[in-house]
Design a protein around this ligand. Structure first.
Ligand code: UTP
Length: 251
């Protein structure tokens, strides 16, 4: 018998203004920017689904309609591809529609990440839930969320993912004070900056040493698409020799 209620829901805030990516994000949500040929938000939803969470709540806002369209059927496009017999592309446009049950709520005014999560209160009720950011994901081969859910099942309370960063980057993130727990990758949080103190059951941190991708600003976005392009044999075959030559020519 599990000691704590199972986590089945994921909340994904995607209502931010994306000001670091203007003007691209004036009319397009930054969560829809493609990583090779799939929008960032689909990687995020796939990450939740891979951890067993199939009830997804997207927190959206104005100018975010493309997010809803992406996870919905598109009969006209389906018919066009069917008529051409293009089964491969048909399968690819079905993928996002069949991944999970996706619900939506709106954050009327983008009042910050904490407020976006609060907008999920009605949907999640008193159940435990995972929060993933709409423009930030973990490499599919590095199962962080599964591990966080296991830690939650074992320790209860709240669980956050932690990564070590260089001291010159500290100001960009929330910072924690920790104590060991006896479990190699799990620490107890004793203090946090930039986050309110949590109540009940303690706050635990899973120390993550895998690959995290941020697509919310132009530089990190470029790093992300180059890495994913090089992992895709169909793209890398042409792209890698081109990239090598381009860099050689620069040197
Ligand atoms: P960010 O801080 O990266 O988003 O939030 P932002 O505010 O859109 O970015 P900039 O600084 O203006 O470029 C991380 C995630 O939280 C969501 C964003 O959409 C993103 O997926 N978010 C942020 C909300 O849902 N609501 C908010 O009020 C703020």
């Amino acid at each position: 018998m599990a000691r704590y209620p199972a986590v089945t829901k994921a909340v994904i805030p995607a209502a931010g203004l994306g000001t670091r990516f203007l003007p691209a994000t004036k009319a397009i949500p930054k969560e829809m920017l493609p990583v090779v040929d799939k929008p960032a938000i689909q990687y995020v939803v796939e990450e939740a689904v891979a951890a067993g969470l199939r009830d997804i709540l997207l927190v959206t806002g104005r100018a975010k309609g493309a997010l809803e369209d992406h996870f919905d059927r598109d009969p006209e496009l389906e018919q066009a591809l069917e008529a051409k017999g293009d089964d491969q592309r048909l399968a690819r446009i079905w993928e996002p529609t069949e991944l999970a049950t996706v619900h939506y709520t709106r954050q009327g005014t983008p009042r910050g990440l904490g407020h976006a999560v609060l907008c999920a209160a009605h949907h999640v009720g008193s159940e435990p839930f995972a929060v993933l950011l709409g423009d930030d994901f973990i490499h599919p081969d590095d199962p962080l969320l599964q591990r966080m859910i296991e830690v939650r099942d074992q320790f209860g309370g709240s669980v956050v993912a932690l990564m070590e960063v260089n001291s010159d980057q500290v100001s960009q993130y929330g910072v924690v004070a920790i104590e060991p727990t006896g479990t190699e990758d799990v620490v107890a949080l004793t203090d946090l900056v930039e986050m309110p103190a949590s109540e009940g059951g303690g706050v635990w941190g899973v120390q993550f040493r895998g690959r995290r991708f941020d697509t919310g600003n132009p530089t990190d976005y470029l790093r992300t698409i180059v890495q994913f392009a090089l992992e895709r044999p169909d793209v890398a075959t042409d792209f890698l020799p081109w990239l090598r030559k381009y860099l050689d020519d620069l040197a």
